[in-house]
Design a protein around this ligand. Structure first.
Ligand code: RM4
Ligand code: MN
Ligand code: MN
Length: 436
């Protein structure tokens, strides 16, 4: 494979672009330091924590996404998993906070896993949770003669369930070869009409299948169950909420955990509270970050409800602060970029997530806990609000630079000319990447 040459991956180039922005950053950082100092907060500690923060990139997010109505492919979008890794590497080089990728099979199928591993290593990327896919048929795969039209792990036909179980185990095998340590299972199983499905039997069958997957994956692996309220099934979904997910995870085993995707709930559901409950149960697998106005909109993190993102992080930081047993969350972006350049969306999302995390770190925990114990409602509320109101941009930028990233990620990305270079090199397929 040819060496990939682009200013977007060149550390010296990034440092040179950062240089003229440094003195303004130093001034802003010093001002914020004075503010935080008055609150007894050590800015350096916060910056170091933010610099160490990482969120995985989903391979399916670097292609143009779409809706069930249409997809508008952009020039230069990745054609396969190798191209996707290149794009993820650009995001990581500039964001400095996205060093792993989460692949999806069969979308990322390749006959040359060794080459994939080599490319990832040469780009400085690792592999996060592997995602299985039994929400669509695999017509080009002889291992998938049966259809998932009426479900997969909860299907009435044992042969379809066996096929779906096999697929999941194979995904974990691929993951193990790539250095991943977790398998994420999200199924589309459910019902479009009342009466279509026996709720209890479908759930029993799901649990039995999940147990079989658990027994078939490496012992070093964690199994993440992802719930979603609706879509593609519009009346009922087998693992529709965190309650179903928790019941299933408890029935499966210790290394089986519940994954929360921000977009998979009814409007107004208190997702930060779900985090707290799953931490309590020692069952929080991690998070899929995105934002939404109505449903599983998969918009850029923090685009619609940044306060909610902060409140979720507040619970995550709280769990880390009190060293909650079994708390080892896997963080991943899960977005669909229909009208933006996915690399730009991932860059701005990584920044939004780092910002929400930073604000959560600024919450004066002891003060909050005291106010809670004393039923000082206003003080408790204001303690959160004070952290949320703080402009943490200088910390996020400083942390990103310390992690090797760019101070102005979007400007540098555009200046690098990556997309137009790729538009020349990658002939459009119109297929392959993204979700329709
Ligand atoms: C689902 C869910 C899964 C993702 C698919 C593409 O809604 O969020 O995590 O793998 O979309
Ligand atoms: Mn998801
Ligand atoms: Mn989703």
């Amino acid at each position: 494979m040819d060496q990939i040459t682009t200013p977007a991956l060149d550390q010296d180039f990034i440092a040179a672009q950062n240089a003229p922005l440094l003195s303004a950053l130093d001034e802003d950082y010093a001002a914020l330091n004075r503010t935080l100092d008055r609150r007894g907060i050590d800015i350096e500690k916060i910056t170091a924590a933010v610099s160490a923060f990482a969120v995985a990139q989903p391979t399916w997010a670097v292609g143009s996404g779409g809706t069930r109505f249409a997809r508008f492919p952009m020039g230069g979008e990745p054609r396969n998993i190798f191209d996707k890794l290149e794009d993820c590497a650009v995001v990581n080089a500039l964001a400095g906070a996205t060093p792993t990728v989460s692949p999806h099979f069969p979308w990322d199928e390749t006959s040359d896993l060794a080459a994939l591993k080599d490319l990832a290593a040469s780009l400085g990327l690792g592999f996060d949770a592997v995602n299985s896919n039994t929400f669509q048929d695999h017509p080009n795969d002889a291992r998938h003669p049966l259809s998932y039209k009426y479900g997969s792990l909860s299907h009435t036909d044992p042969a379809v369930r066996a096929q779906a179980i096999e697929h999941n185990i194979r995904c974990a095998e691929i993951g193990a070869a790539l250095g991943s340590k977790a398998l994420t299972v999200w199924i589309g199983d459910g019902a479009n009409f009342p009466g279509q499905q026996h709720f209890g039997r479908a759930f029993d069958r799901y649990i039995e299948s999940a147990q079989a997957i658990y027994a078939g994956i490496p012992e070093s692996f964690r199994l993440f169950l992802e719930h979603k309220m609706f879509e593609p099934a519009f009346y009922a979904t087998v693992i529709q909420d965190w309650g179903s997910s928790l019941l299933a995870a408890q029935a499966v085993g210790d290394r089986c955990l519940c994954l929360v995707d921000l977009g998979h709930h009814a409007p107004n559901v208190n997702i930060e509270m779900i985090v707290s409950r799953l931490v309590h149960a020692r069952k929080l697998a991690g998070f899929h970050f995105n934002d939404s106005k109505y449903g599983d909109d998969d918009l850029d993190a923090g685009a619609i409800e940044p306060y909610r993102l902060f409140l979720v992080f507040n619970e995550l930081v709280e769990a880390a602060y009190r060293k909650a047993p079994g708390f080892e969350p896997a963080y991943m972006l899960d977005q669909s970029h229909n009208v933006t350049d996915p690399i730009e969306s991932m860059l701005s999302s990584a920044e939004a997530i780092a910002g929400a995390y930073t604000k959560a770190l600024l919450v004066e925990r002891d003060r909050l806990h005291d106010a809670q114990e004393e039923n000082d409602v206003m003080m408790a509320f204001q303690t959160l609000r004070r952290a949320y109101r703080t402009d943490v941009t200088p910390i996020v930028a400083m942390a990103r630079m310390e992690a090797g990233g760019a101070l102005d990620t979007l400007a540098l990305y555009r200046y690098s000319g990556w997309r137009s270079q790729k538009a020349r090199e990658r002939n459009a397929t119109g297929l392959g990447a993204g979700i329709v």
